[in-house]
Design a protein around this ligand. Structure first.
Ligand code: 26V
Length: 799
């Protein structure tokens, strides 16, 4: 049906009529989206079945990537691209008077994630499939993804997200493969067959129904599976208790994605979600495995399970439970299999994000799992005692259960064979700080896997004109092998190539300017430098530093007639966790500043501030290709890796960043002439944290410009009540500026001066931009996934 333009048109019109019972002339864009989506879904089913059969037949090891989040974004455009049928469809629709991009825009993002961690999982799925690796995702089918953000009077307002409102053409409900998950109840112990047996009784049962989504590899006939589980009431539940309450509580499990990132709320529902995911996921993997194997003794030779952060770490005790209680295995053998099956990635060192569950919540909800965790803890503490006799302090610090809580990261390290960080500096910090004692005990488990992004979505699809310009210069080998983008290096000095790259960027900026006009009513200067900070709102990411600098520019423009700047458009996009008061105030501050700056006749020609609401994957795809400058300004040591930084680089933006996360590796790739760095190093930050000695107030007193902008937060400079931004003011001066905003301010101002000057030198700016694109191949998630496959999972290509 996609073999030629005419074949496509014929099928498309037929399909439309079949689905909607009316003629094409009466169609709406949304109906056209559903028609095309349905066709594509049917078209892939053959390759999907074949991939599954191949995996069954060749009996190769497979990996299952367990994640509480998969931030997929829109799927139609990406699927068309990976299937290699985008051009046919685009041409065919054009004949029918329809723009493919208009159809694509009908799709609601699958927003089942908060930010970096969830988007990484989505990039990994794309790379697994595109490398023909047997690897699948396991997650939760939330009825509501991350909230929709509206800005009202400058404040963030959250609305429930509704991605399933018009159905989801990409999923297939597999009711026959449902499994049961048990909560609560008690454990009865009996003796039989020469061993203790554990029976989980009086539990509440929930049915987990899988929905499968195809994950389509790039032009390689591989279609892997993302299996998302939905919680439903059990049909044959014995009549007892309040049925309505049971239904409500059951459905609540997969109703909402938790909107916090990096801040733990110890809510029982979240623990339920976590156990629901791992129990359903494991049961289905074990039952698939047993269709082609008689026993589970070699499970770890055929199955790898990866836990994305600690959220799915209950996979460890749950696999132990299945092996022992359901299949009669002894502890030692079950432990050998479990630890060899499981691997774990840590995504943050922020202490407020390290999961700890109070026993008082955990034990009643998961009584048998708790017993197993206790046993794991006891055995682990005993082995510590053998190695470090008498060292109570160390054992107390390393224990999995201590002081009434279960430390999920400790369980993850003890129960897995591999622990990795997501950028070199992050892994180093884990080894020398957060997980120091564990690194001493298990040095062989620790390794680094620097994050990556899929160049298919973030370059080929998001920036097709750039992709074409690259192909015209160096051919298309880089698409299969992104490291080959390095062949662009010599073109960094080629005037005609620079001109082409420039035109691509200008076109993207024009398109973004149009979107900005449409969303905000504000007209921005397409010739100005687009300086972008888009990411979740968090104190450590320091959107505040960016704002204070803009206020500084505004002041200088007003007060110094000789002061001039490269015209700049500052673009922000960020969602704040609904309960994160400070982050929400920063959003209000950005919007208040935007109103002031954009309305000021004296500055508005050279300075614009734009806040784009509801930042999400599809909006990122429009913003990133249009950026000149990529703001990556977290307090050094705090951003584990960052992945936005890589997307910007790949699209030719220059990084203005701290020496944090993967920025450091970007610097290593492009060299110091092609990135702007500033600020404290991670070692300096860690030293301040350890030894003290930082006094924010001194910077406030000694730097006139800084003094002025901080005072302006509370002195009536903004047309809001003077207490509006008091919390922000206090965070800097009363609470001694935990994230070193004041300390880094001057260095940031100077870095901006260098950026502005460099932007003024067209030739060298274009050279920098091209070098960034050329060196971005290293940050393709294909590289990352190949490292995971080789060094952690031990899986190889299925064809
Ligand atoms: C934590 C929590 C805490 C409980 C509530 C819900 C929730 C949801 C997500 C998280 C994880 C936060 C960690 C995270 O997203 N880390 C980011 O991971 C990216 C991919 O590795 C990395 O690039 C970012 O630097 C890192 O902040």
């Amino acid at each position: 049906m996609f073999s030629s333009k005419d074949a496509f048109k014929k099928h498309f019109l037929e399909k439309y009529e079949m689905m909607f019972g009316k003629s094409f002339e009466e169609s709406t864009l949304s109906e056209l989206y559903h028609t095309l989506g349905q066709m594509v879904r049917e078209y892939v089913s053959h390759a999907w079945i074949e991939t599954n059969e191949r995996n069954r037949a060749n009996q190769k090891k497979q990996v299952y990537y367990f994640s509480i989040e998969f931030l997929l974004g829109r799927l139609l455009g990406n699927n068309l691209l990976n299937l290699g049928i985008r051009d046919v469809v685009e041409e065919g629709l054009k004949d029918l008077g329809v723009h493919l991009t208009d159809v694509e825009e009908q799709e609601v993002d699958a927003g089942l994630g908060n930010g970096g961690l969830g988007r990484l999982a989505a990039c990994f799925l794309d790379s697994l499939a595109s490398l023909s690796l047997p690897g699948h995702g396991v997650g939760i089918r939330y009825k509501h993804g991350l909230f929709d953000q509206k800005i009202i009077d400058g404040y963030q307002v959250e609305l429930p997200e509704q991605w399933l409102r018009n159905g989801n053409v990409w999923e297939i409900r597999k009711e026959s493969q449902s499994v049961e998950v048990k909560f609560g109840g008690e454990v009865q112990v009996s003796y039989g067959n020469g061993r203790l047996m554990f029976h989980h009784v009086n539990a509440e049962t929930v049915t987990a129904v899988p929905y499968d989504m195809p994950i389509i590899g790039y032009k390689n006939n591989t279609v892997n599976t993302l299996r998302l589980w939905s919680a439903e009431p059990t049909q044959f539940r014995p009549e007892k208790g309040d049925v309505m309450k049971y239904k409500r509580e059951t459905e609540a499990i997969s109703e909402f994605l938790y909107p916090d990132d990096s801040h733990i709320e110890g809510k029982i529902l979240r623990l339920k979600q976590q156990y629901f995911l791992v129990s359903a996921g494991l049961k289905s993997i074990v039952s698939t495995y047993l269709k082609s194997n008689d026993h589970l003794r070699n499970f770890h030779h055929k199955v790898a399970i990866h836990v994305n952060d600690t959220h799915p770490v209950l996979a460890i005790p749950e696999l132990m439970r299945i092996l022992m209680d359901e299949y009669g295995m002894g502890w030692d053998e079950a432990w050998e299999i479990t630890t060899n099956t499981i691997s774990y990635t840590n995504h943050t060192t922020l202490s407020e994000a390290l999961e700890k569950w109070p026993i008082s919540i955990f034990k009643p909800l998961l009584p048998r799992i708790y017993m197993i965790v206790e046993e794991i803890n006891e055995r682990f503490c005993r082995s510590l005692w053998n190695r470090y006799p008498g060292d109570w302090k160390r054992i107390e610090e390393m224990a999995i259960i201590a002081h009434g809580v279960i430390k999920m990261a400790h369980l993850a390290i003890v129960g897995s064979h591999s622990v990795n960080g997501v950028a070199k500096i992050h892994t180093d910090i884990l080894k020398k700080r957060e997980m120091k004692l564990f690194y001493e005990y298990y040095p062989e488990k620790f390794n680094n896997k620097t994050n990556g992004i899929t160049h298919r979505r973030w370059l080929l699809k998001a920036n097709p004109n750039l992709a074409k310009t690259i192909c015209d210069a160096i051919g298309d080998k880089w698409i299969a092998n992104p490291q080959k983008l390095a062949s662009l290096v010599p073109f960094a000095k080629d005037d005609s190539f620079k001109q082409k790259i420039y035109e691509v960027k200008q076109n993207n900026k024009r398109a973004l300017a149009k979107r900005i006009k449409q969303m905000t009513g504000i007209v921005v200067d397409e010739q100005s430098m687009f300086d972008v900070q888009v990411k979740r709102l968090h104190a450590y990411k320091r959107q505040l530093l960016n704002i204070l600098h803009i206020m500084y520019l505004y002041n200088r423009l007003h007060e110094d007639a000789k002061f001039s700047i490269t015209p700049r458009t500052f673009i922000f996009g960020a969602k704040a966790s609904p309960g994160y008061y400070y982050a929400k105030k920063i959003i209000k501050l950005i919007n208040t500043l935007a109103a002031k700056v954009n309305g000021d006749p004296k500055t508005r020609d050279v300075l614009k501030v734009i806040f784009l609401e509801n930042y999400r994957v599809s909006l990122a795809e429009e913003i990133i290709p249009a950026a000149d400058v990529s703001e990556q300004i977290s307090t050094a040591s705090k951003e584990a890796s960052g992945t936005g930084n890589m997307k910007f680089m790949m699209n030719g933006a220059i990084t203005l960043g701290t020496l944090d996360g993967a920025n450091i590796e970007i610097l290593e790739e492009v060299g110091p002439n092609n990135i702007f760095t500033f600020g404290l190093t991670a070692d300096q930050v860690l030293a301040y944290q350890k030894n003290g000695g930082y006094r924010a107030i001194e910077y406030y007193h000694h730097d006139k410009d800084l003094n002025q902008v901080i005072d302006q937060l509370i002195n009536g400079f903004f047309p809001v009540p003077t207490h509006e931004f008091e919390t922000i003011y206090d965070s800097l001066l009363v609470q001694n500026d935990e994230y070193f905003v004041l300390k880094d301010f001057r260095s940031y101002v100077r870095a901006h001066e260098r950026v502005g000057a460099a932007y003024g030198d067209w030739d060298s700016w274009m050279e920098k931009s091209i070098i960034n694109i050329a060196k971005s191949g290293h940050f393709s998630s294909d590289r990352t996934i190949q490292e995971y496959a080789d060094e952690i999972w031990g899986i190889t290509r299925s064809v």
